[in-house]
Write a protein that binds this ligand. Structure first.
Ligand SMILES: [Zn+2]
Length: 693
């Protein structure tokens, strides 16, 4: 349940989670170099995987093929995943490591309260016999309440109750830093309540969307059937649920529009909400969420709530019951008994091409990471982020930030009026590396035999923790990802980048890798990427203090828009799968971040290299260090993805597909042609290219 809620809350806060979303044998880890006269580093030690290369390919023609052709030829996507490559490999290693921690904690919790908690939570999650026996018992209280809906008042009361349980029909609520004054935490209402990935899945008729929509409708009928409805009743209930979801989708903002912070920020206050969207008992609603006195409220779009109130009034109570029931069923199904899990999984197969349900242990590892993440992380970082890992990753981060500082001084398209605040923003940009200095507490009871009850307790605890932030000072050190997460993010309101330990692992990062590889991959793909988010088309609208405030001169902004348009047009030409194009507008922030990240990391590497008293090894098995830099970045995106997932992501994910995250970037890199001796005009060294940062 927390998983659902987090997904919802993440949409409220402008964080750009970036890497890498979900991530043969693990890539070899470099060994410590011997003392004395060092033997030359081998390719395997450098962090580049020789077998992943396709040396028969021309890097100037298709760099992705050169960096990853060997991998793509032999790699197979495991049946229980939607992709395989560098990222899933790191994810899998973290999962297996955590599994061992959790199995030990479950078997022998000892006196350590952390072990006791995570062990009991994992044991309850693994107890399939008890879960089977419980059936739909964990959601029965919600289903019973839904049956009481007979008019507007009882519908509103039920919606309020479901929100306090982490189910968000129609809309949701959470804390957000006020875009206009980032020192304040206020309440934010945001759109919610549809089961397909994006509004267009309800409305559009392009490529696979109608087929997916049909599949979803059949799935809704089957789920109502599992609840015990006969065929006709299940069809009628599913029809009501789908009709109401479609009406909600029509009112919603699409993902491209939502990239504009001005489009999703409207401080209407409680009085404005009560006036414009009257007919919904907002006072009772806020009281039920535990924040009865809150008055500072922003909404994504005032019209949306007017529309929702109208929709509520226009639907019959029985139809509303069906929609609310559906919202609970689809949210809870992955954690109920087997029949529900299996039926829910058919949607995962349809949308992401995953062929087999992941084993129970993997699902339970993810639950513990989601619901007790900072407890599980304590053992993880002790082993996986030990020694000087934090120091060396911090040094790398500083080097890339310094390169941006130099860049800001030199950028020809930026005038001095804009340069000043831009440098101020960079100077104030904070970064958190590895794991939090202080671990979060999880004060709720856990029973070793009641997974459903544990999940409910965890959800309510986290919701209350989130809403309690409203009206309090901002906590800069509250991590929005757990330390083992293979990802990173930039938060515009905090002007802060966060690099979890999970992302700073081989093959992305190794303390003994060739520095060029670390700079290319972690320096470019992670640190540079996240930092550039502060200056992409979305992040650049926030100032040094995290306020939504236009600090750009008109002339410089016009030039920035032209450069952004160039990137948008470039990526719009690419296909995710045949006939499904990348959405240049949806992905423009990520593409700007990819391009800027690699360019700045390359500058950072050259500066770092010039300062070394012991020269770095200039060549490794015939590859120069400059080539290693680009290969480090390229191989971090060696990844095979199912066509289903590529299609779904093209419609709903702000990141470009792996291949274009490499070649789309490489064609714009000023250092690449020289590194690989590409002729001017080669496919990877075009005469005309795009550059923002
Ligand atoms: Zn990103």
């Amino acid at each position: 349940m927390v998983r659902r809620m987090r997904t919802f809350l993440a949409s409220l806060v402008l964080i750009v989670g970036c890497a890498k979303a979900e991530a043969p044998e693990p890539r070899p880890v470099a060994h410590q170099k011997p003392q004395g006269t060092p033997a030359p580093m081998t390719l395997a030690q450098s962090g580049i995987v020789g077998d992943w290369l396709d040396r028969s390919a021309d890097p100037c023609k298709d760099f992705y093929q050169y960096a990853c052709g060997g991998f793509m030829k032999t790699a197979e996507i495991p049946a229980d995943r939607s992709s395989w490559g560098a990222i899933p490999i790191v994810v899998k290693e973290a999962e297996e490591f955590e599994k061992k921690i959790l199995e030990d904690a479950a078997a022998k919790p000892g006196n350590d309260p952390v072990s006791q908690k995570i062990g009991a939570y994992y044991a309850a999650c693994m107890d399939e016999t008890a879960i089977e026996k419980a059936g739909i018992a964990p959601i029965r209280p919600m289903l019973e309440q839904i049956k009481t809906v007979k008019d507007g008042a009882s519908a509103a009361a039920t919606i309020a109750s479901l929100h306090s349980e982490g189910y968000f029909p129609f809309f949701g609520i959470g804390p957000v830093q006020d875009f206009a004054d980032a020192t304040k935490v206020i309440a934010a209402l945001d759109q919610s309540g549809i089961g397909l990935p994006e509004k267009k899945y309800y409305l559009a008729n392009t490529d696979t969307i109608p087929k997916t929509r049909k599949f979803y409708q059949a799935h809704q009928i089957k789920m109502f059937g599992l609840l015990g409805l006969d065929a006709n009743a299940a069809q009628a209930a599913a029809g009501n649920a789908f009709r109401i979801e479609t009406a909600i989708a029509k009112l919603q903002q699409d993902k491209v529009l939502r990239r504009d912070p001005h489009a999703i920020y409207h401080r209407v206050e409680r009085a404005g909400l009560e006036k414009d969207a009257g007919g919904f008992p907002w006072g009772d609603y806020l009281a039920k969420q535990g924040i009865p006195t809150v008055t500072a409220i922003t909404v994504n779009d005032p019209k949306y709530y007017v529309g929702i109130v109208k929709l509520l009034a226009s639907e019959k109570p029985a139809a509303l019951q069906d929609y609310l029931t559906w919202t609970v069923l689809r949210g809870a199904a992955p954690d109920l008994s087997k029949a529900w899990v299996d039926e829910e999984f058919t949607m995962e197969r349809e949308l992401n091409g995953v062929k087999e349900l992941p084993p129970r242990w993997r699902r339970c590892v993810h639950h513990v990471d989601s619901e007790l993440g900072e407890l599980l992380a304590q053992s993880y970082v002790k082993v996986k982020f030990a020694g000087n890992a934090k120091v060396s990753a911090t040094d790398l981060t500083k080097s890339v930030l310094d390169a941006m500082r130099v860049e800001l001084d030199q950028l020809p398209w930026m005038d001095d009026a804009t340069r000043g605040p831009a440098k101020q923003k960079l100077d104030k940009m904070a970064y958190l590396v590895g794991y939090p200095d202080k671990w979060r507490k999880y004060d709720f009871a856990i029973a070793k035999t009641d997974f459903g009850g544990n999940l409910r307790a965890a959800t309510r605890f986290e919701l209350a923790r989130q809403l309690a932030k409203i009206g309090k000072p901002v906590d800069r050190f509250d991590w929005q990802m757990t330390p083992p997460t293979v990802n990173a993010y930039y938060d515009s309101s905090l002007n802060e980048l966060v690099l979890p330990a999970g992302q700073l692992q081989p093959p992305f990062y190794g303390a003994t890798f060739h520095p060029a590889v670390n700079f290319g991959d972690t320096g470019g793909g992670t640190v540079g990427h996240e930092m550039t988010h502060g200056f992409d088309d979305e992040g650049s609208q926030f100032d040094a203090d995290g306020n939504l405030h236009d600090w750009w001169s008109k002339t410089t902004k016009d030039k920035f828009k032209v450069a952004t348009k160039c990137i948008q047009d470039q990526y719009s030409k690419y296909e995710a799968v045949p006939k499904v194009h990348v959405d240049g507008k949806l992905t423009s922030g990520e593409n700007i971040a990819d391009n800027g990240g690699v360019k700045l990391a390359y500058e950072a590497y050259k500066t770092w290299r010039a300062k070394q008293t012991t020269p770095v090894q200039k060549e490794v098995e015939g590859l120069t260090d400059d080539q290693l830099f680009y290969l480090g970045y390229g191989q971090s995106w060696c990844m095979k993805v199912t066509p289903e997932a590529l299609t779904t992501r093209a419609h709903s994910d702000p990141h470009s597909p792996p291949m274009w995250r490499v070649n789309g970037v490489i064609v714009n890199q000023p250092g690449f042609a020289a590194a690989f001796k590409c002729k001017a005009g080669a496919a990877m060294a075009p005469a005309k290219n795009c550059s923002v940062w």
